[in-house]
Design a protein. Structure first.
Length: 159
């Protein structure tokens, strides 16, 4: 493995960490900065009420802002007081000087402990000095019967 490959892998890991910490803290601008201009974020193999697809930074930003711009009298987005996404096994394959694929397992913790879990399938692209998400497919493998996030996606999808 070359030094450039090691630096690319570490930059990809940094983007993944920024994505999760920004998302968990609702730092929407930092979250959106993890994507390429034409980046896609979508769910796969989930029930219809948990399905989403957002293409381009503008759509991803609008979705994230819906988490913040809620009518105070509306139903809450979710019932958790916090969420923390933990990443574990991550397999990164550099398939070109400016492109990579990754498969990363995650588990989300809330007030109840493990709340839901799955994995990300990512296409990364190098833009300038950064490795950004060009396409993220989120797969949900498991959800606690007591999940506090059960309605989160349906409550933030566009009406």
């Amino acid at each position: 493995m070359t030094l450039d490959e090691l630096l690319a892998r570490e930059a990809i890991r940094d983007t993944m960490a920024k994505y999760n910490t920004s998302g968990d803290r609702l730092k929407v601008d930092d979250y959106v900065a993890c994507f390429t201009e034409d980046g896609i974020m979508e769910s796969e193999y989930v029930p219809e009420d948990k399905a989403f697809r957002y293409a381009g930074k503008a759509e991803i930003l609008a979705w994230q802002n819906r988490w913040l711009d809620r009518d105070p009298n509306a139903e809450k987005v979710h019932k958790a007081t916090f969420i923390r996404h933990h990443l574990s096994t991550c397999k990164i394959d550099l398939n070109g000087p400016d492109t990579a694929k990754a498969r990363t397992y995650w588990v989300a913790w809330t007030d109840i402990g493990p709340d839901h879990a799955g994995y990300y399938l990512d296409d990364f692209r190098k833009v300038g000095d950064e490795w950004l998400i060009a396409h993220r497919r989120v797969r949900l493998d498991w959800e606690s019967p007591d999940s506090l996030y059960r309605t989160a996606v349906s409550n933030t999808n566009a009406s």
